[in-house]
Write a protein that binds this ligand. Sequence first.
Ligand SMILES: Cc1cc2nc3c(=O)[nH]c(=O)nc-3n(C[C@H](O)[C@H](O)[C@H](O)COP(=O)(O)O)c2cc1C
Length: 355
Amino acid sequence: MGVFYKRLLRPLLFLQEPEKAHDYGVAFLAALGRLNRVCRIMESWNQVSSGRPIELFGLRFPNAVGLAAGMDKNARIWRVLPALGFGHVEVGTVTAQRQPGNPSPRIFRYPEFEALVNRMGFNNDGAEAVAKRLKLQQKQKRRSIPLGINIGKTKVVPLDKAVDDYLFSFQHLAPYADYITINVSSPNTPGLRELHAKEHLSELLGTLYTANRSRAKKLGQPPIPLLLKISPDLSFAQVDQVLEVMTDIGLDGIIATNTTVERSPRIASTIVESGGLSGRPLHARSAHVINYIYRATGGRLPIIGSGGIHDAASAGATMDAGASLVQVYTGFIYEGPFFPRDIAWALAPRHSGWL
Ligand SMILES: Cc1cc2nc3c(=O)[nH]c(=O)nc-3n(C[C@H](O)[C@H](O)[C@H](O)COP(=O)(O)O)c2cc1C
């Protein structure tokens, strides 16, 4: 199947502009999602269970591979993804206000490096519309894998009003999430990455943490796990500060990493578009950051590894660096629909006690 995708389907898809190809992919998966029976059969074929589920921040993941944020920004296709073998899905980034994102073209392919550059700019329907969709979907089908919802800042909202903006999204989306990711690391919203700084981050995480606890108390439920998604472009001194804030507040986990604005000399003359770079060239840096976090926290902070996973070897290296789960995006575009299943298979022995 992987060969069929790479030899036939991918060349056809890659004839289209990247965003068009993405839209076709989403439309196809949305259509597939309506065929409940087919999805159930596919899920029974492709869902890789590692024997015992992976338990992390109180959730149970059937396998270690999730879809990273950005592909299903508006929660349209996540329900079909267990049928491809995904063990969790993260929808979003969702912002409080609906916004169109940056002008097109805003995704660029570099097949020679198995990389993408994007400057989408959080195009999405807004928290209220996405919440409405999730509510409707909840009535139709029980979810078989954990659903994460990634929230970010609305572009037109100034940085000093960011906390209320995130809080609005949290309050609307929390009822549908198994975990919430607080995204401060997209390079495509001006100023967003300044939220990594201690003074901003303490206020943002502290407010969301308190809101989460009060909500849980009111409902008599456990709080939802809160994760932070960070940039690979931080210095290790900055990572230390982020970890200090997270530990003081008591966040549940970290996603490392988002895309990078750095270009190594090897790729700089070819990859000239501005935006966040993902795919193979990101892997080493992401794994380095993951390993730094793992060592700095003595392995106590759960890490979801994201960045440049394209095969079993890179997935294994991300786990070896200290991740408990991985997320993929660019690898899924390059490797095809059964990539998550294949990676989940490759990682399964780590969770079954065979290794
Ligand atoms: C086209 C595109 C859009 C993305 N949009 C988002 C987003 O909205 N929110 C987010 O947190 N990450 C976003 N990302 C980053 C991915 O979630 C992921 O962290 C990153 O691409 C590294 O993983 P990869 O190398 O497997 O793609 C996006 C990535 C791509 C390629």
